[in-house]
Design a protein around this ligand. Structure first.
Ligand SMILES: *Cc1c(COP(=O)(O)O)cnc(C)c1O
Length: 428
């Protein structure tokens, strides 16, 4: 019996989060045993270059020596108290300054962050309806599991079973990068919409960049209608750049959702925003939100150490961006020379390779045209060459600062062979 077969006996689908099942690439998943720098070593003793990096958190790569030494010390200081701690104050001060906002509340996952931010937006505005965008993923809370991205897109779950219709009726879904669609929806439900939640750079339907005038108009219209604008930056914050991506657009959302990188590999999320909104949270206000392990000292200490490294070493972002650009250029050259229908999308350090014929990739409708069978062949070839990509077309590649030129060049070289392999097997 393989480990996966055994896993499936005790865990639904053998995994604790669906994309890990390698379902859309029809293979048994890689079972990670340990990680070192840019590599994952699996239970069979194979070594892979890792482009998953735990789906974002490991921006410094695996088992950073400095962080491990610090972590050992933190373990001795106690794991959790259920009392406020100094490190939570330090984390809150650091995060609000880095993001450029007033207050933050820590939670344990990105799902909790978006769920709580939406509750807060509804409590603050006294309105029930929300707008989300097709193909954006905001975790798995009920009202956000409509035309979602990531695993729901991979497994084609448009709306999850078990979510009452009464809950999804307040979720309005708009097209990414289509401001007219947003304007019409807001007009139709005037005075009823609490918030618009968006991935400012979409990373859960592959990588889809926002158009600058779309994001700017979104801010203008929400402000005019007293609708809160929520940036779900669970991926983008501290990945595309240090802090929030808002500075790249020159606008200011009302609330931010954070996660992944800020926990340094431990389970953490957060939501942050303007004081007059955040003060509606319990115990000050009447929007309830709580968590036994929220602000967990170990997670705060490990997360803050990572954030401080990122702040003190801006060259990390230069390196990530340089590597993403090299991959983009390398992939594009390969696509051209192999003459295979495919397209690379990139926003700063976020990059994705789509298979299929595209005029442009700006929305869910565009990404749905992707040839997932071609991606499957690509993925399996790369895996054979010991390069671990996200096991689904609709995900970003996650780079880490532990990846050097040699790894990037090797990846580009193998990408060419993989594209040739895909082309030869396109209709098989
Ligand atoms: C991963 C992700 C989430 C959910 O975070 P979890 O920690 O998996 O609950 C929410 N929003 C975005 C944009 C994400 O990428």
């Amino acid at each position: 019996m393989t480990l996966f077969e055994e896993a499936k006996k005790y865990i639904p689908g053998g995994v604790n989060s669906p994309v890990r099942a390698f379902g859309s690439v029809h293979m048994e998943p890689v079972f990670a045993k340990y990680g070192k720098g840019p590599y994952i070593f699996d239970e069979n003793g194979e070594k892979y270059i890792d482009f998953i990096n735990s789906w974002g958190p490991l921006i410094l790569g695996h088992s950073n020596k400095f962080l491990i030494e610090r972590g050992k010390k933190y373990l001795e200081e106690g794991l959790t108290f259920g009392l406020p701690t100094n490190i939570e104050v330090e984390m809150a001060k650091f995060l609000t300054q880095a993001i450029g906002t007033d207050m933050v509340r820590m939670v344990n996952s990105g799902t909790e962050a978006t769920m709580s931010a939406i509750r807060l937006a509804r409590g603050f505005t006294g309105r029930d309806k929300i707008i989300k965008f097709e193909g954006c993923y905001h975790g798995h809370s009920d009202c956000l599991l409509v035309k979602s991205g990531s695993g729901t897109l991979t497994y084609n779950v448009q709306t999850s079973k078990g979510v009452p219709v009464d809950i999804t009726k307040d979720t309005l879904v708009c097209r990414y990068n289509d401001i007219e669609n947003v304007k019409n929806t807001i007009e139709k439900y005037k005075g009823q919409i609490a918030c618009v939640i968006i991935e400012p750079v979409a990373g859960n339907m592959g990588v889809v960049s926002p158009k600058l005038d779309f994001i700017k108009s979104l801010r203008e219209i929400t402000e005019k209608e007293n609708i809160l604008l929520i940036f779900d930056e669970v991926i983008t914050a501290f990945r595309c750049k240090f802090g929030s991506v808002k500075t790249l657009f020159g606008i200011e959302p009302d609330l931010y959702c954070l996660g992944k990188i800020i926990g340094g590999g431990l389970p953490v999320g957060a939501f942050a925003g303007k004081r007059e909104i955040m003060e509606h949270l319990s115990p000050l206000g009447d929007v309830y939100q709580a968590g036994t392990l929220s602000g967990n000292p170990l997670a705060m200490k490990m997360g803050l150490d990572v954030l401080k490294i990122l702040k003190e070493n801006p060259s990390i972002y230069d390196k990530l961006e340089k590597n993403a650009k090299l991959l983009e250029e390398g992939f594009n050259d390969n696509i051209k020379s192999v003459a295979l229908p495919a397209m690379t999308t990139r926003f700063n350090t976020m990059i994705c390779l789509f298979f299929g014929e595209f005029d442009q990739i700006e929305s869910y409708d565009d990404v749905k045209k992707a040839d997932t069978k071609a991606y499957e062949k690509y993925f399996s070839y790369m895996l054979k060459e010991k390069i671990l990509l996200p096991p689904a077309q609709f995900e970003a590649m996650f780079l880490s600062a532990a990846q050097d030129d040699e790894i990037i060049n090797y990846t580009i070289e193998k990408n060419k062979e993989a594209l040739e392999y895909v082309k030869e097997n396109l209709n098989k």
